[in-house]
Design a protein around this ligand. Sequence first.
Ligand SMILES: [Mn+2]
Length: 265
Amino acid sequence: MTAVHVIGDVHGQYEKLRGLLRSAGLIDAGDAWSGADSTLWFMGDLVDHGPDSIDVIELVTRLREQAARAGGRVHVLIGNHDVLLLAAHRFGTRPIPGSDETFHDHWEENGGQAGDLQRLKPDHIGWLSSLPAMALQREHLLTHGDTLLYTDYGHSIDEVNRALRDLLRSDDPARWHRLLDRFGEHQAFVDSATGAARAESFLAMFGGRQLVHGHTPITTMTGQPPEAVREPLLYAGGQCLDVDPGMYLGGPGFVYRLNSGDEMP
Ligand SMILES: [Mn+2]
């Protein structure tokens, strides 16, 4: 079986990303794909908080093409910050429905970096808008968020991906805002009384035996200092694997190879 790697929320940490991919043998000294037929998944939130979001987008889109030519695959899920950036671009100084705040201000308050909007090109916008929200990779269900919001948009991976792609093509600020608002939910599978059962029904709906997600930094889950986070967090009876290394909080980040020791339920 060829290797499948995942990397959590990059948040504009271009230099850390290059270092991690190089250490994992996925890029060479010239930043070109060297992962042969490996698969690499980005778990969403490529942008915001960090200094080099557009450089991250450009590196990842380049790697996708290079990997495909080499028989490998680079896949990217959409995260809420990727949606926030698209919303800031699309709606700018229009107010968020039911609020005095503009989409642009909301984005900046959530880590949006002013220079990124100036560098955002139509190619980047088209590419980000087309990303899937969820996927099945062998027995792993992959989503950006540890949230039930996906069930609002459909009851299968295809339904959800279609609904969210359609939303991101729409000019309806209320629909965009509702999605962003729902992404405010974190830790849907953590509760000791209900978390494991919720994870089980989420997996029953969409498929897979383990949910792999980003969105909630592991440091938030465990209370470890961000600098100490070097591996994913397995929880909910082994049904969930958090891979958000909190890179923008100071975490060194990690590339994780699926099935390299995560206990399956
Ligand atoms: Mn997120």
